[in-house]
Each structure stands twice: as structure tokens, then as C-alpha cells.
Write a protein that binds this ligand. Sequence first.
Ligand code: F6R
Length: 268
Amino acid sequence: MDIRTFDTPEAVSLAVAARVAEALGARSRVVLGLPTGRTPTGAYAELRRLHRAGVASFARAMTFNLDEFAGVPPSHPGSFRTFMEAHLFSGIDLPAPHIHFLDGAAGDLDAECERYEAAIAAAGGIDLQLLGIGSNGHIGFNEPAEALVARTHRVRLAESTRRDNAALFGGDASRVPHEALSMGMGTILKAAEIVLIATGARKARCVERMVNGPVSTQLPASFLQLHRRVELFVDAAAASRLPGGGAAGEEPRSGSGGSKDPPLRDGP
Ligand code: F6R
């Protein structure tokens, strides 16, 4: 993994947005994989600014979001589709037909997952996949478990993940759906390039385990060690448990596996 450490979350956001803008400019047609969550919102705001400034155009891009809550229609205020509209899509020139999303309200959720896999394949696969990371090491909604599912699938959400998403449902974790749809780890690992963003001290432990721990289904993000082109954009707080301790610097460093600590488990 190439690790790029910055002093602040704001600096991380600017660097990630610049990385995406570079990808948009480098080829005529780019397929982006996108996360929701608090972490990417700064980068999305900067991408909107770059678009307004005429520096970034999404006119020929396509997007596939990682995940969506089950039982929640796209127009629901708590849906990830609504989140993306507010934070990114409404402020850029991405044509609506180029936006791809899992439909949490689909009648047959298993068929919906298969439809999504086929749509990604028909688009030629994902060129650049942006990711956040859950405090329990989840990626998309691939939660720590005895086994992971490779393809897009239905998933039962961990209680910690439901609490983390309460803000989308009026601050009430009990209103967060128990189930979601998510790209699988195999779907994610098929992306040509991956950029993972992590900021804040809350992410320091899972970042350390992702970079240096053993590859384990109990820490889904650790599977990124198996991918050749992963860039990790972190602030000093999230990098504080890495060797070098979060000293800012854009020079890529490489992580290696081999920690003997037990895998990170979901919090209480
Ligand atoms: C959501 C997603 C999740 C988040 C993760 C971190 O689409 O992919 O894996 O990236 O839960 O969320 P934040 O950024 O809110 O800490």
C-alpha cells in the first residue's frame, strides 16, 4: 500500500479530490466507485468546487456507489442515494443516466445484487474505487465475520455500524435498517486502482491493522493488502499507530503484513 499522510483531514480531502480530478482528466471515460460516510464529504465538496472552477468535469464519468440500505427507496432522506445527491451529484455535471446505485427497495434484493454486478461488468469494471473504512474495519458494508462474500450481496449490519449511521435517520440508531446491500470484497478488489481515505484518531487502530495486520475476514479492509494498486490517504491522527507515527509527508510508504496481534473485533 502506498501511504500518504497529511497533517489535517482538510489536507486529505484536497489531495483526494486532486487525485480524482487527475483520473478524470487522464482518460476520456472513467468509471468511479464511490463511498458515502463522513470521511469523503470534504473531498466531494472540493470536487464540486473544482467543477465550478472548470477544473474537473464528470460529463464522461460513470459512478457506482458501494452500498445502500435495504428497504429504503432512493428518495428516502436516509438513503445513500440522497446523501450522494446532496454531497456530490447535485454540484457536478455527471449525467443522471451515468449514476449507478443499488436499489434498496427492489422487490427481489438478490436479483438486484446480480443486476449490479452485471452493470459494473458492462461498464468495463471500476477504474478508480474510493473507499472509507469503518471503525470495525468494514469496507462498504462488508462487516467483520467468519467468512466474507465476494460478490454484491445482502448483509446484516453490525450494531456498531447501525449506530455509526444514526445521523442519517434523525439520530435514532433504532431506525437504521438491519440489512443493506453492498459490493463484495471481490467486487471491490477487481477495481483497477483503489484510494482509501481515513481520518481521525477513531480510525487509527483499524488503519494500523489494515496495513500491518494479518489478512483476516475479521478485518475486511485487510484484504486490500492483496491488491497491487492501493493508495491510503490518511491524516496524522489516523496514521498515529503506523510506524513513523503519523508524520505528514506525501512520499508513499509501503505497509507490510505480519502483526501477531489478534484481529480487531466489532466494538461493544
Ligand atoms: C459507506 C461505506 C462505509 C464507510 C465507513 C466509514 O458507503 O462504504 O464503509 O466508508 O462506514 O464511514 P465514515 O466515513 O462515516 O467514518
